[in-house]
Design a protein around this ligand. Structure first.
Ligand code: FAD
Length: 369
């Protein structure tokens, strides 16, 4: 039987960040990934925004890890030459009654330690984004965009340079806690039985399924997964936007906003549709909804310029009519199984938070030693 110190399940941005942090400490790392490449699920189906940390409830993990993760991410991008732009984001009020809400974002952000939001009048917004209609907005200068593929490639490179290994087309069949670690069975290309001291479940949308394969783990601790699908439309032709432009957030989603990718192209999304299972098909009948949502702040939008883009699925652990759940990270303090860490509900801002999540997992492991 192969022996390894640490098995990480999932080569998304979170699994890769954790792998890098632990590999740099000199630990033996094996990443097990069921697909044939890294980052093929949520980590490549998102808005690629480096969030400032505005929306999340005070003292939540999302607030804390987003703000810390943002700083770490900008620093890491500078260090490794990963393409990013701190282009800033406008949250626009399109009706008078929304002005109070956008102003509240300034206080909300400040509660989370984000002190740089400023209120802009209608005229000031028009100077920044001439085609955007608003009655006022807040501007977040620390929001940015990142080439998430280059970021993941760099995390993997760091991990491999430190001796870590990733195996693809291999999934977890079962995890059995034993006296001095775990017996991990895998299936697929690298079907094996592995003895590991530490097991970290960073399987994203599948994290609850993976947790259910763990013997002796109290089922009551495994949250119910919910899947909330997001569509993105791309804008063909000229992109008039220089910043990210968001409407006022709606329940369970930040609303159909404009993001700009590193190549300067604009895309709109995400919307939200609750679905039963993991299915990335694109429902083009949503075009009408997108058109209406975009027209609220960009009346000049031409419907023919909207092209179906891609979909992503939010790995939620709270349902449609529940308040958004926080990130849920369980260690032996929760389930009494030493060496096991489960990460559940790592939806947005998981990309921004990835390095801070890794730091937290590293500290949890250290505290168990
Ligand atoms: C629509 C949308 C927009 C978003 N926008 C942003 C944004 O702008 N900014 C931001 O900060 N965050 C954003 N996020 C959140 C961010 O994308 C996620 O938090 C992050 O990508 C989660 O990464 P992960 O590694 O946990 O999951 P994933 O990327 O899903 O990786 C999990 C990996 O585990 C593998 N796996 C699953 N089961 C098994 C198994 N049994 N055995 C082996 N491997 C397995 C999968 O194949 C996958 O590669 C967005 C999310 C969505 C859905």
């Amino acid at each position: 039987m192969d022996q390894i110190e640490c098995v990480i399940i999932g080569a998304g941005v979170v699994g890769l960040s954790i792998a890098r942090a632990l590999a740099l400490e000199g630990r033996d790392i094996l990443i097990i990934e069921k697909e044939d490449a890294f980052g093929l699920h949520t980590s490549s189906r998102n808005s690629e925004v480096i969030h400032a940390g505005i929306y999340y409830p005070k003292d939540s993990l999302k607030a804390h890890l987003c703000v810390r993760g943002k700083e770490m991410l900008y620093e890491y991008c500078d260090l490794r030459g990963i393409p990013y732009k701190r282009i800033g984001k406008l949250i626009v009020a399109t009706e008078d009654f929304e002005i109070e809400t956008v102003k509240q974002y300034i206080t909300k952000a400040s509660d989370n330690g984000v002190e740089d939001l400023i209120y802009l009048s209608h005229n000031e917004v028009a100077e920044l984004e001439p085609e955007v209609i608003s009655v006022g907005a807040v501007f977040s200068p620390s929001t940015g965009i990142i080439d998430s593929h280059a970021y993941m490639l760099s995390l993997l490179g760091d991990t491999e340079n430190a001796g870590g290994v990733v195996v693809y087309q291999t999934s977890i069949a079962s995890i059995k806690p034993e006296e001095d670690g775990f017996n991990v069975k895998t299936e697929g290309l690298n079907a094996h039985e592995i003895k590991a001291k530490i097991v970290i479940n960073a399987a994203g949308l599948y994290a609850c399924d993976v947790a259910r394969t763990t013997a002796d783990l109290d089922e009551n601790l495994i949250p119910q997964p919910y899947y909330a699908k997001a569509h993105y439309y791309s804008l063909s032709g000229h992109n008039p936007f220089k910043h990210l432009v968001y409407p006022v957030a709606r329940q369970a989603s930040l609303g159909v906003h404009v993001t700009v990718d590193m190549a300067g192209a604009a895309r709109f999304g995400p919307d939200i549709a609750w679905i039963e299972g993991i299915d990335y098909s694109f429902d083009n009948s949503r075009e009408e909804l997108f058109y209406d949502a975009i027209r609220r702040y960009w009346p000049a939008v031409n419907r023919d310029q909207l092209q179906p883009g891609y979909t992503g699925i939010r790995p939620k652990i709270s349902g449609p009519n529940e308040p958004a759940a926080d990130f849920l990270i369980q260690s032996s303090k929760d389930h009494q199984i030493k060496g096991l860490i489960n990460l559940f509900g790592i939806e947005s801002p998981g990309l921004t938070s990835s390095l801070a999540l890794a730091e937290m997992v590293r500290q949890l492991i250290e505290s168990e030693a």
